[in-house]
Design a protein around this ligand. Structure first.
Ligand code: HEC
Ligand code: HEC
Ligand code: HEC
Ligand code: HEC
Ligand code: HEC
Ligand code: HEC
Ligand code: HEC
Ligand code: HEC
Ligand code: HEC
Length: 460
């Protein structure tokens, strides 16, 4: 079998002549492997067949400067079956002039560098998708130099690009799988994965239905995923309202998988939030403030405690002129794969006591977070007692989970609120107010730091 890697010494014109005369016109026995390229005879243009006469051969390689080898074999059959069969090789390789090809060009450093340069061509015809991609977490990772960040060609193998319907088809074929294998495994066992494995047209979501395919963002930085859930389950809020008081508030403060992934470990994430800009606080590129402040506040490495949390917040408020930085709590699943283990509705958490009781497990792990420069969250552990310490009334305002706070008065209030049934929407406001008064009082008594009196800045 012929290997161009081994005959690179032969001058290009001679090589070209030999190949073209035998492979394209004579289909000579000299090139048994050329059959695969020519199988697609009916579809591919003469020009493409010329390219494939060489590139259809196995074993062709090009050396990269770093020592890696690039396989130059293109499978003609796959290309003939791809969406790009009509535009042909030249549409994406307009830089190749057959009269001079193959010419020993400047060596690329690595396979990655070669891919990054070549993939630029997609933009010429798919401007819209390229724009969406530019705003994604994946593109941000690419700009940071992350060698695992997916390019167009990682999700759409460029010589075998299939139609959208196929790219979002059967679950084993989702392009996300190869890099997010742990998440994929969990998803495959979920209600959605199982339903999709049975019927890929049944409406159950694939990765891109919840995360988008091109403008993928970090799911914890916004509402993209929740909006996707509610886009399909459009009556979910109505249905939850029938048994869950103030369901809308629960949808804000509890992530969907925290109840629908019954076996998942959970945590409370306290997110730095800017009341001025009405958005989560974002770390600026090159100014790694959060991590250094958090490390300073947590000198023993055992998690930030209530007092340290208060001074951390103060630090963030020092130069915030537009508003104030607060913490917003969210009960969520602790770990990416676990967020995908969604079970049938009968298994979802319905028991109020699961969360609203003294020492409830979901409140035993606490993190503080900020949005990192690439959109992914930066987290630092906090001690569990930041949720109930009187000194942190001000810091964690807006997140007193009844029972989670272990403050008895709140438990009593919850029972009252439950007993009053329909009055809950009104009840919960007074509940919040009362609890604040209560916390403030006990705070005044116990706080070492007079700063904790500031809770009347409350804006709920
Ligand atoms: C005569 C055989 C032959 C033909 C015909 C041929 N190529 Fe090549 N091609 C090669 C060889 C050999 C190399 C490796 C050159 C090197 O080592 O730099 C190569 C390299 C390439 C590369 C990667 C190298 C780079 O730097 O970009 C691309 C892309 C490519 N060819 C596309 C094409 C296309 C498109 C056609 C048809 C228009 C074509 N080739 C026709 C032999 C051929
Ligand atoms: C839709 C655009 C597109 C079309 C059409 C296309 N290519 Fe490519 N080609 C690319 C991209 C992008 C790469 C870089 C792939 C990578 O990351 O290694 C590439 C790489 C190559 C390489 C280098 C080896 C490799 O796999 O990276 C060869 C050889 C090549 N193409 C030949 C062909 C031939 C022959 C045809 C027609 C049968 C063709 N290409 C059609 C976009 C295209
Ligand atoms: C992380 C994987 C991923 C990356 C990176 C990616 N795509 Fe896609 N793309 C998909 C998936 C999955 C689909 C099908 C599902 C969908 O569109 O929702 C798709 C669909 C498409 C479609 C058809 C969509 C339509 O609505 O007609 C085009 C065109 C496309 N991609 C081009 C690109 C281009 C160009 C790039 C690079 C700028 C790119 N893709 C990067 C995963 C990806
Ligand atoms: C020269 C123009 C051109 C270039 C360059 C090009 N494409 Fe395409 N692409 C097309 C055309 C034309 C179609 C077919 C559109 C159709 O059938 O609706 C298409 C279709 C697609 C589809 C399927 C769309 C669908 O609706 O199902 C995907 C995915 C895609 N291209 C990805 C890419 C990727 C990735 C690259 C870069 C490796 C690329 N394209 C480069 C012209 C181009
Ligand atoms: C070529 C590898 C690759 C492919 C393919 C890929 N990703 Fe990623 N993705 C990464 C890397 C690397 C990261 C950053 C590390 C991490 O968070 O896992 C990332 C991050 C993410 C994040 C943000 C995670 C966070 O911590 O906030 C989401 C969401 C995501 N990818 C979804 C997808 C989806 C959906 C697809 C398919 C349409 C996909 N990815 C395909 C490599 C890939
Ligand atoms: C406090 C826990 C909790 C939260 C938070 C929660 N759910 Fe549920 N959900 C449940 C329980 C329990 C059921 C089953 C109710 C029943 O059957 O009586 C359910 C039922 C459902 C159903 C099936 C509805 C039906 O009757 O067919 C869907 C769909 C659903 N939830 C989606 C969501 C989405 C989307 C979110 C996030 C926006 C969410 N849930 C948040 C606990 C929760
Ligand atoms: C039903 C909607 C849904 C589907 C389908 C889905 N995800 Fe997710 N994904 C989520 C939710 C919800 C989260 C967690 C968001 C949160 O609470 O912070 C998440 C989180 C992630 C993360 C971030 C993990 C981390 O460490 O924080 C990645 C990466 C991811 N998903 C990739 C994928 C991939 C790949 C697929 C397909 C195999 C997929 N997702 C399918 C809803 C979905
Ligand atoms: C693309 C539409 C789509 C999206 C997005 C989506 N789902 Fe679903 N979901 C479905 C379909 C369809 C089913 C029914 C699957 C089956 O046939 O069993 C389902 C089933 C469910 C069930 C089981 C209901 C039951 O009756 O047992 C729950 C719970 C659920 N989804 C929650 C969610 C959550 C939470 C999210 C977001 C993280 C989400 N879904 C996103 C379409 C969607
Ligand atoms: C998975 C955990 C979880 C479950 C299950 C749960 N809750 Fe909650 N609940 C929360 C969290 C977290 C908050 C928000 C606390 C905050 O924002 O300060 C909350 C808030 C509330 C509030 C106060 C609302 C407000 O606006 O201040 C009431 C009342 C309440 N829940 C009642 C219930 C009842 C009744 C049930 C059972 C039918 C229930 N919850 C189930 C976690 C849960």
């Amino acid at each position: 079998m012929i290997s161009f890697g081994s005959i690179r010494g032969v001058s290009a014109p001679v090589l070209r002549l030999a190949i073209l005369s035998s492979a394209v016109f004579a289909l000579g026995p000299l090139f048994p492997a050329s059959g695969s390229a020519l199988a697609a005879d009916g579809v591919l243009s003469k020009d493409d067949q010329v390219c494939l006469a060489c590139h259809g051969q196995p074993g062709m390689e090009k050396d990269m400067a770093d020592g890696d080898k690039l396989s130059l074999q293109i499978k003609g059959k796959e290309f003939a079956a791809s969406v790009h069969n009509a535009i042909g090789c030249a549409a994406c390789h307009s830089d190749i002039d057959l009269a001079k090809h193959p010419a020993p060009g400047k060596k690329k450093q690595s396979l990655r560098e070669f891919s990054i340069a070549k993939v630029e061509v997609c933009r010429q015809c798919h401007e819209d998708k390229s724009k969406l991609y530019e705003g994604s977490i994946h593109a941000a990772l690419l700009r940071e130099g992350n060698p695992m960040a997916p390019l167009c060609s990682d999700c759409h193998p460029p010589h075998a690009v299939r139609a959208k319907a196929a790219a979002s088809g059967p679950i084993d074929e989702v392009p996300c799988r190869k890099c997010h294998s742990a998440v994929f495994k969990a998803y495959a066992q979920s209600v959605h994965g199982l339903a999709r494995a049975k019927d890929s047209n049944g409406g159950a979501p694939s990765c891109a239905d919840c995360h988008q395919a091109h403008d993928v963002v970090s799911p914890s930085s916004g509402n993209q995923v929740k909006d996707a859930c509610l886009g399909c389950h459009y009556n979910a809020l109505q249905l939850h309202k029938s048994w869950l008081p103030n369901a809308a508030h629960h949808f804000e403060a509890v992530s969907c998988p925290a109840c629908h992934g019954p076996a998942a470990p959970r945590r409370v994430d306290l997110r730095l939030y800017d009341n001025g800009t009405k958005a989560r606080v974002t770390e600026k590129l090159g100014v790694p403030r959060f991590e250094s402040l958090a490390r300073l506040a947590d000198s023993k490495g055992q998690g930030i405690d209530a007092l340290a949390l208060q001074s951390l917040l103060k630090e963030f408020n020092r130069d915030n002129v537009d508003g104030d930085t607060v913490l917003r709590g969210r009960l969520e699943v602790d770990g990416g794969p676990e967020a995908h283990l969604l079970a049938a509705k009968g298994k979802a958490i319905k028991d109020c006591n699961f969360c609203h009781r003294e020492g409830a497990t979901p409140f035993q792990k606490v993190t503080i977070s900020i949005v990192g420069p690439d959109g992914r969250p930066l987290r630092h552990g906090a001690q569990q007692d930041v949720l109930q310490a009187p000194t942190s009334i001000d810091s964690v305002r807006g997140f007193y989970a009844i029972g989670g706070t272990r403050i008895k008065l709140l438990d009593i209030l919850l029972v009252l609120a439950l007993a009053s049934g329909v009055a809950i929407p009104v009840g919960h406001l007074s509940l919040k107010w009362l609890s604040r008064r209560y916390l403030q009082k006990s705070g005044d008594k116990q706080a070492q730091d007079p700063g904790s009196n500031g809770s009347n800045k409350n804006n709920s």
